[in-house]
Design a protein around this ligand. Structure first.
Ligand code: CU
Length: 154
């Protein structure tokens, strides 16, 4: 159910971003300035709030940085809306290329590092182009879906 709902949101966002030829002005708010088609600009600590507004993910470190073709490892920190670190979460990454309709062949493994930090590896971004990496999160009673997106160079 949650996944289906998220797809609708994602498709709506994709549609809205279709004629965004480079004019991402006007959307200059913190965090939400770029749509899925634009992708994220990597910085250590890149933060996105989930679609439900319940959980936030900070991409503390990507290896390599910025994300590249092939296997990637991310360290993320999860906090709730009040900024409190979230331990014991279930984190399900679903990397995919929206333009091609495929995901990855190698499932990413998530390992909890403690104090609300998690390592995700491998994120097998095996083709050049736009990759979306939604993270489905369940932390106690809180559930959310946080989306990162990166253009991967060939
Ligand atoms: Cu592809």
């Amino acid at each position: 159910m949650r996944r289906a709902g998220w797809w609708v949101l994602a498709l709506a966002a994709l549609g809205a971003g279709c004629d965004d030829g480079g004019g991402s002005d006007g959307a200059g708010g913190s965090g939400g300035g770029t749509g899925p088609l634009a992708g994220d600009t990597y910085v250590a600590g890149l933060t996105h709030m989930g679609a439900a507004g319940a959980l936030e993910v900070r991409l503390m470190e990507a290896t390599p940085a910025p994300p590249e073709l092939g296997d990637n490892t991310w360290q993320v920190a999860i906090v709730d809306a009040a900024g409190a670190p979230q331990a014991g979460c279930t984190v399900e990454p679903s990397p995919r290329m929206p333009a091609h309709g495929h995901g990855t062949n190698t499932p990413a493994v998530v390992r909890e590092l403690g104090e609300g930090s998690y390592e995700i590896t491998p994120l097998d971004l095996f083709m050049p182009g736009l990759w979306e990496v939604p993270l489905h999160l369940v932390c106690g009673d809180a559930e959310d879906e946080v989306l990162f997106a990166f253009w991967i160079e060939g």
